[in-house]
Design a protein around this ligand. Structure first.
Ligand code: GDD
Ligand code: MG
Length: 397
């Protein structure tokens, strides 16, 4: 794979945010050294290197009642070396959609000899394991894991910690193109191969997000992303004293982290999760507030933003859904200890413009989750281990 070298890096305390890097070649041919001139502007990442990182990478797929055909396409796009972890919150009553997902994954893994896990978010065993591990943050009044994509992601992180993966990447289950899933995962691997710090994050930016209305229009920015990025950049600008537009991936659902980083970040519920990750990094490592983690601060936290070749096409869910994403995302920014009064006003103005809140209102503060290191992994694993075989797609492994 050939990718642009990071041309500019914005520094915010111990955080290094790299400017967007474009994928130049999906396949860069055989291993062969670069000419010294080319090395300045371009990174060539060999297939073997990508595979080495993919082997250490778990791919988490959160799913809730998606079309089975889309799910099937998505799992087929994940490179073979990765461990796929499906966390489902799909219906189990009336039509047992979870059962269908399980069957699909099992059949796929049987024929491709792959390792994958599938687990239901509402599985009582998981709730028991979390309770044993002293991490009841995720549980609701019924004693089961709460609804939400973030909650599914956190579960996948904990399972990845348990099976000792080094990296975790997230891929939505409603993607139309297996080829783009494949590219995202290669971008994750490429990002980690470029990282100088063990505390690294890779966020994907798509070249286009096409809209099908009277033909196909290749739109670059979604409405939600545009607003989130603007407010996030304002927060950084005010703190550093220099205007910046470095953040282009405030909402990136497709993103990956080293588990070393994933473990130490606090998270937010539902769709606030992706903006909150950046807010948590700025709060914990931006140098304005006390550092959240000594080793993390020493190595620094590195954020890569990689622009893919494939356009992003997924299920359309309408305006109500977009507002349902915008408010919590901006809520996480608004309620950050780092958020200044100008940025707060900007958040309110944007939300009022989008008719998401009224003038005198503030966005609610999303539910917060402690970092996964707060979980007693040993106790969690003891409960999970007894049932692990049943979560693997084939042969109990
Ligand atoms: N496990 C689990 N539990 N998965 C869920 C849940 C849940 O309660 N709710 C939704 N999902 C799954 C969906 O099935 C899908 O695979 C994925 O989470 C994302 O949900 P979508 O409803 O498709 O979100 P979106 O397309 O509007 O937004 C996506 O992109 C945004 C950035 O553009 C998400 O990835 C957002 O988190 C992201 O900010
Ligand atoms: Mg979607």
């Amino acid at each position: 794979m050939r990718i642009e070298a990071p041309r500019y890096t914005e520094r915010f305390g111990a955080v290094r945010i790299n400017e967007v890097q474009k994928v130049l070649e999906l396949d860069s041919g055989r291993a062969r050294g670069l000419s010294p001139d080319e090395d300045i502007a371009v990174r060539k990442i060999e297939e073997e290197t990508l595979k080495d990182f993919e082997q250490k990478l778990a791919i988490a797929i959160p799913i809730k009642n998606e079309k089975l055909k889309l799910f099937e396409g998505v799992i087929s796009g994940v490179p073979h070396e990765c461990l796929t972890i499906v966390v489902s919150n799909s219906d189990t009553e009336k039509v047992d959609r979870f059962r269908m997902e399980k069957d699909t994954l099992k059949q796929y893994c049987h024929f491709t000899r792959r390792r994958a896990l599938i687990i239901h978010q509402k599985d009582p065993v998981v709730a028991r394991a979390l309770e044993a591990g002293g991490y009841t943050d995720l549980l609701d009044e019924d004693g089961l894991v709460r609804n939400g994509k973030a909650e599914g992601m956190l579960l996948a992180m904990m399972i990845s910690m348990m099976v000792k993966k080094e990296y975790i990447g997230f891929i939505d289950a409603d993607n139309f193109f297996p080829g783009s899933v494949w590219e995202y995962v290669r971008c994750y691997a490429a990002g980690f191969s470029m990282a100088q710090s063990p505390y690294a994050m890779v966020r994907v930016l798509w070249r286009y997000k096409p809209k099908a209305s009277a033909g196909m229009y290749f739109k670059k920015w979604g409405r939600v992303s545009e607003v989130t990025n603007k407010c996030m950049n304002s927060l950084i600008s005010v703190k550093t004293g220099f205007d910046t537009d470095i953040i282009k991936t405030g909402n990136a659902g497709e993103h990956a982290m080293s588990l070393k980083l994933a473990e130490i970040l606090p998270y937010a519920s539902g769709y606030a999760v992706e903006p909150q990750e950046l807010v948590s990094i700025f709060e914990g490592f931006g140098g304005v507030l006390p550092f959240a983690h000594q080793a993390g601060a020493k190595h620094g936290v590195e954020v890569f933003q990689i622009e893919t070749r494939n356009p992003h096409l997924h299920e359309e869910r309408g305006v109500g859904h977009l507002q349902g994403m915008l408010v919590p995302g901006l809520g996480s920014l608004f309620h950050s200890k780092l958020c200044d009064s100008d940025t707060k006003q900007m958040v309110i103005n944007e939300l009022v413009n989008q008719k998401a809140i009224r003038k005198e209102e503030e966005p609610a503060m999303p539910r917060a989750y402690r970092p996964p290191t707060s979980l007693n992994l040993k106790k969690f694993s003891t409960v999970m281990k007894e049932h692990m075989a049943s979560y693997y797609a084939i042969n109990g492994q």
